[in-house]
Design a protein around this ligand. Structure first.
Ligand code: PEP
Ligand code: MG
Length: 664
């Protein structure tokens, strides 16, 4: 029994639809295949199905053989032609989905970076990128998940069946462990989806079937698991689809868990990090770090990452000193017991001598004293001599950071990065959940403004539900506002959610990566369309003010014209610097050029502020430079009236502005 049809599943059969399709196929006894371009795979294996890469609009055939073949074909064709509409977040949270990977940070070449702060004479050791300020001395916590390495063994004939049993028991143990995690009611939604999808992969018929076949061919279970999971990971890695590429890591992760269960070992988990420990790793996914017990982490040292990578941004927003970009030399710290980290100079010292320890202990004490002294500025309203109030606001990426920002005295939010909301889920977040998130943010800071940035994502950090093309230069490619305008389905969902959230507080919205005035005009038309739709539905909404980020040289050069179209500018110095200087913000080899204080960048900032001030609109800054004590006076002289930064930098910025106000 077989039937062909054109697939009507939005985005095709990967992620959640693939899991649903497989679930449906498994509910029938018959053997069921799906055929595309002459290639047939089992419809009961989500791994095989995802690798087949079925896209919306393509023709496929469903073929079944068995007692309930007719019903199976009918049901599956029915799904492909009319996938169940209206499935919401909860489906995914129940584990009915595949996970999204955390964005991978760039992999800079190991490179020594000049220090910016002289250390004590005893300060020697490694030097990396000073990515989050502060000094720390603490016990080392090396996070280098070990390679699984055992000697492959050829089984004797009588060992085959017991080995298969051992393998099946390991699969059951891994799935049971994952079920236990899923049973924890406090597990966050994003984590739940990731664990549930890994559990599905662990039981996938391709992974299990192919491994058992290898054991029957006399490979031992660990070797067979490594071979099959690596082969499937390679197949995912070779697919031209960033979402499926990321599934390669899932295959490796599940393979690793099964091997550990076979070997009776546990994996290294960030959960076990001790209070005040220095986390040392080659790389940490930004999402893994966001879920780690950040309050316990004393400092972070990584082989990968740069000053404006997301790992650095998370570290800064939690006030955790960090040195990144050490390259392969980070491995030298693996056996250290104690590590001293200087997030101001980039120095990292393994097992420091007594003099260095004393130096760091003194610096930590001073930092605590300074923090206490700065805390008196928490409620200060920083005012210049002419009475201008400078809004010192927070850069946030999630609702979890609200408390720290308020604690630091944030006068609202100058940049809410919405990417994490999209990365945390296995599918595009619904309008309702976005409206709820933006609304909660607005309520938390009312009457201060919260500036939400519309989705700023590109092919370098793909997310589920959007297919990004392979690009030679993703940073110059289809990202930010460019991608959003090409995907009005995604963009309008976010704009509608923002209009709904504006009922709850002072919501402002800004567009990233603007380089052409038409991008603003086209966005306005979409906002009008969204408002009309909400009105027709009788939904509660309120207008918001629209601004743009100034992060491209093009935006600087057309700033006078842009200023006539929008209510505010926010200067994104992280990107503006890399584009003005043509120096990649993640590449330590050009870190010297990637300097906001370079006269070229300062001139671009000044041109922007002048254009905004002449047009009478607010000009703020939300790039990392906004929190730099050495540059704040220059920015204020130019006429900036809002500075938005990592919460940890707020008290000092407030102090600097207040003192400037009194001195002039
Ligand atoms: C910037 O580019 O300065 C900015 C604030 O945006 P992001 O760091 O998220 O690119
Ligand atoms: Mg930017």
């Amino acid at each position: 029994m077989e039937r062909s049809t054109i697939v009507r599943v939005h985005e095709g059969l990967h992620a959640r639809p693939a899991t649903r399709f497989v679930k449906l196929a498994k509910s029938f006894e018959s053997d069921v295949d799906i055929v595309k371009d002459g290639k047939a795979v089992s419809a009961k294996s989500s791994v095989k199905l995802m690798l087949l890469g079925v896209k919306e609009g393509q023709e496929v055939t469903v073929r079944a053989n068995g007692a309930d073949a007719i019903e199976a074909v009918e049901a599956l064709i029915g799904y492909l032609e009319n996938p169940l509409a209206g499935l919401d977040e909860q489906d995914a949270l129940k584990g009915d989905s595949a996970p999204v990977q955390a964005p991978q940070l760039a992999s800079p070449e190991p490179q020594a970076v000049p220090t910016t702060e002289a250390g004590p004479t005893t300060e020697a050791g490694l030097v990396g990128i000073a990515a989050s300020e502060g000094v720390h001395l603490g016990p080392a916590f090396a996070h280098f998940p070990p390679e699984i390495g055992t000697e492959a063994r050829t089984l004797a004939a009588h060992e085959i069946e017991p080995e298969i049993e051992r393998f099946m028991a390991a699969i059951a143990a891994v799935r049971a462990r994952m079920d236990k995690v899923l049973a924890d009611e406090t597990l966050a939604g994003g984590d739940r989806g990731i664990v549930a999808a890994l559990r599905d992969i662990a039981g996938d018929e391709t992974l299990v079937g192919d491994t058992v076949a290898m054991i029957r061919d006399r490979a031992d279970a660990v070797a067979a698991t490594i071979a099959v999971s690596s082969r499937l990971a390679d197949e995912f890695g070779a697919v031209e689809d960033p979402y499926l590429n990321a599934r390669a890591d899932d295959m490796q992760a599940v393979g690793r868990q099964i091997c550990l269960a076979l070997l009776g070992q546990d994996d290294v988990s960030l959960e076990r990090i001790a209070q005040g420990a220095v986390l040392i790793a080659d790389d940490i996914g930004a999402w893994d770090l966001a879920r780690a017990p950040l309050k316990r982490i004393g400092a972070i040292v990584c082989g990968h990452g740069g000053a404006t990578s997301h790992i650095a941004i998370i570290a800064r927003s939690h006030g955790i000193p960090a040195v990144l970009g050490l390259g392969e030399r980070v491995a030298e710290l693996r056996s250290a017991k104690t590590v001293a980290v200087n997030g101001n100079s980039g120095a990292v010292i393994a097992d420091p001598d007594a003099a260095t320890r004393a130096h760091y202990e003194r610096r930590m004490g001073e930092a605590t004293t300074e923090r206490d002294a700065l805390s008196v500025f928490k409620d200060t309203v920083p005012t210049l001599a002419d009475g201008t109030i400078i809004e010192v606001a927070a850069n946030l990426g999630s609702l979890e950071e609200i408390e720290a920002a308020k604690e630091a005295g944030a006068m609202g939010v100058g940049l809410f990065r919405t990417e994490l909301l999209f990365m945390r889920h296995m599918h595009l977040p619904s309008e309702d959940m976005q409206a709820e998130t933006y609304g909660a943010l607005a309520k938390a800071f009312a009457p201060y403004p919260v500036i939400v940035r519309t989705l700023d994502i590109g092919g370098d950090k793909p997310i589920a539900g959007i297919e990004f093309p392979e690009e030679e230069n993703p940073f110059l490619g289809w990202r930010g506002i460019r991608m959003c305008l090409d995907r009005p389905d995604i963009f309008k969902r976010q704009l509608r959610a923002l209009l709904r959230a504006a009922v709850h507080g002072n919501v402002k919205v800004m567009l990233p990566m603007v380089s052409d005035i038409e991008e603003v005009r086209r966005t306005r038309l979409l906002i009008d369309e969204c408002a009309a739709e909400l009105k027709a539905q009788g939904a509660a909404f309120a207008p918001f003010t629209l601004g743009v980020m100034i992060e491209t040289p093009a935006a600087v050069l057309i700033a006078p014209a842009l200023a006539r179209e929008v209510a505010f500018f926010s200067i994104g110095t992280n990107d503006l610097t890399q584009y003005v200087m043509a120096a990649d913000r993640l590449n330590p080899t050009v870190a010297k050029l990637n300097d906001v204080a370079n006269p070229a960048v300062m001139a671009a900032i000044e041109m922007t502020v002048r254009a905004g001030v002449e047009a009478g609109i607010m000009v703020g800054m939300c790039g990392e430079a906004a929190g730099r004590p050495d540059l704040i006076p220059a920015f204020l002289r130019m006429g900036l009236s809002e500075l938005s930064m990592s919460p940890a930098s707020i008290p000092r910025a407030k102090k600097i502005v207040s003192e400037l106000g009194k001195a002039s």
